[in-house]
Design a protein around this ligand. Structure first.
Ligand SMILES: Cc1ncc(COP(=O)(O)O)c(C=O)c1O
Length: 393
């Protein structure tokens, strides 16, 4: 099998890719939207090529292997036994979340999120006529571990208070958390689940980032904690983020509650997102059956990139603390010392440094003093982007 080269500089411009081709200035280095500048794993490319060579691209159906590949992957690598009957599929995690909110909450009811959090959570909730209830994560700056890097924790009093609000029907968890960088521990997940169960709040767990976890941290599927938790929970999974095949649009919904599943299935149909494209089917099967070595190598590369970024900020930009990154490839940097808002700063970095980053404001009010940097690229590209932004910070 081919050894992936994550340091190969692949020119993505002109491939109609959102990350690069939506930057009108061709000199910009885009470290924003969460996809990676690498080719997909060889087994996935081979499977797609086979399908491509067949040449007929009518409507597809989803074979048993599609489910079996995911079931085996989660059993083998995450110790979680999923039943085939609990599974549904749709065209992405965001469509899955939207359909599930539609199915399980009535317009006007509240969905709890832990801010700062992935921006589409806000739109998915509001698009179903529901209200966003925010429980801000506590930003901890006096941490002993990792040389005092800041990190996030749940504000348990706040979380409990909001779950106790009878209008809060759903808790939309992000595990691992984008952009806070946390891989929630089993203990934290148990406590979140305990609070939710006590108040009759259903957990929607977006676990799309679950393969991207760094040494010393373990991903725990919240539904695997206990049977009671699994029954109060809907989980969203996908090979899209971890295998860099987001454009193929596929997601798996795991729900051990037949009545909810039926309602979710109905909502998926109402949203007209019930058919996968033929490439998505092949890609999921190949990713979950043959993709393990690629994931391990990708994580090792991102760990090195993260170390490079950390060293750079410590040496050259010590007034900008980098939040501890336990998972994802999206470091979260505190820019308070610049005196600018994240929006102003990102605009300036785009024009003056020619680097595109995500302003923290996208992820809720608590993000206004932060920027998010996507490090899923060759090391030389990351180094160049950091060199470009440093004089402007
Ligand atoms: C937490 C989270 N959920 C979902 C998505 C997108 O999922 P999809 O492209 O399958 O809709 C992202 C993309 O960055 C994400 O970070």
């Amino acid at each position: 099998m081919e050894t992936p080269n994550f340091n190969e500089l692949i020119d993505r411009r002109g491939s109609h890719c959102c990350k690069w081709d939506s930057c009108t200035d061709p000199d910009v280095i885009p470290l924003w939207i969460a996809d990676m500048d690498y080719r997909a794993a060889e087994p996935i490319r081979r499977a797609l090529q086979r399908r491509m060579d067949h040449g007929v691209f009518g409507y597809s159906c989803v074979p048993d292997e599609f489910y079996e590949a995911a079931i085996e992957w989660f059993r083998k690598y995450h110790g979680w036994t999923i039943s085939r009957e609990w599974m549904l599929y749709t065209t992405g995690v965001v469509p899955a979340i939207s359909a599930t909110i539609k199915a399980l909450a009535a317009p006007g009811e509240k969905v709890l999120v832990q801010t700062p959090v992935y921006n589409c959570f806000f739109s998915s909730i509001r698009n179903q006529g529901c209200q966003v209830e925010m429980s801000p994560l506590a930003y901890l700056t006096n941490t002993e571990a990792d040389g005092g890097q800041p990190t996030y924790a749940v504000d348990w009093e706040d979380f409990e208070r909001r779950c106790a609000d009878p209008a809060v029907k759903l808790f939309l968890l992000c595990n691992p958390h984008n952009p806070a960088g946390r891989v929630w521990t089993r203990g934290e997940l148990e406590r979140m689940a305990e609070v939710c169960l006590r108040h009759g709040v259903t957990i929607l767990a977006d676990e799309i980032h679950c393969e991207m976890v760094y040494p010393g941290h373990d991903y725990t599927p919240i539904a695997s904690i206990s049977e009671a938790c699994r029954k109060a929970c809907v989980t969203f999974l996908s090979p899209s983020k971890s295998f860099n095949i987001a454009g193929l649009q596929v997601a798996d919904i795991i729900c051990d509650n037949a009545e909810w599943r039926q309602r979710i299935d109905r909502a998926i149909n109402q949203h007209e997102t019930c058919d996968l494209n033929p490439f998505a089917v092949e890609a999921q099967i190949a990713a979950y059956t043959e993709g393990r070595p690629w994931i391990e190598q990708m994580n090792a590369h991102h760990w090195e990139n993260y170390q490079l970024l950390l060293r750079f900020f410590r040496e050259r930009l010590p007034k900008l603390p980098v939040t501890r990154l336990e998972g994802t490839y999206l470091p979260w940097v505190n820019i308070t010392s610049t005196g600018e808002t994240a929006d102003e700063l990102c605009e300036r970095l785009l024009h003056d440094a020619k680097v595109r980053l995500n302003p923290g404001t996208m992820y809720g009010p608590e993000g206004k003093d932060f920027i998010r940097i996507n490090i899923a690229c060759p090391q030389a590209r990351l180094q160049e982007a950091l060199e470009r932004i440093a004089p402007h910070l």
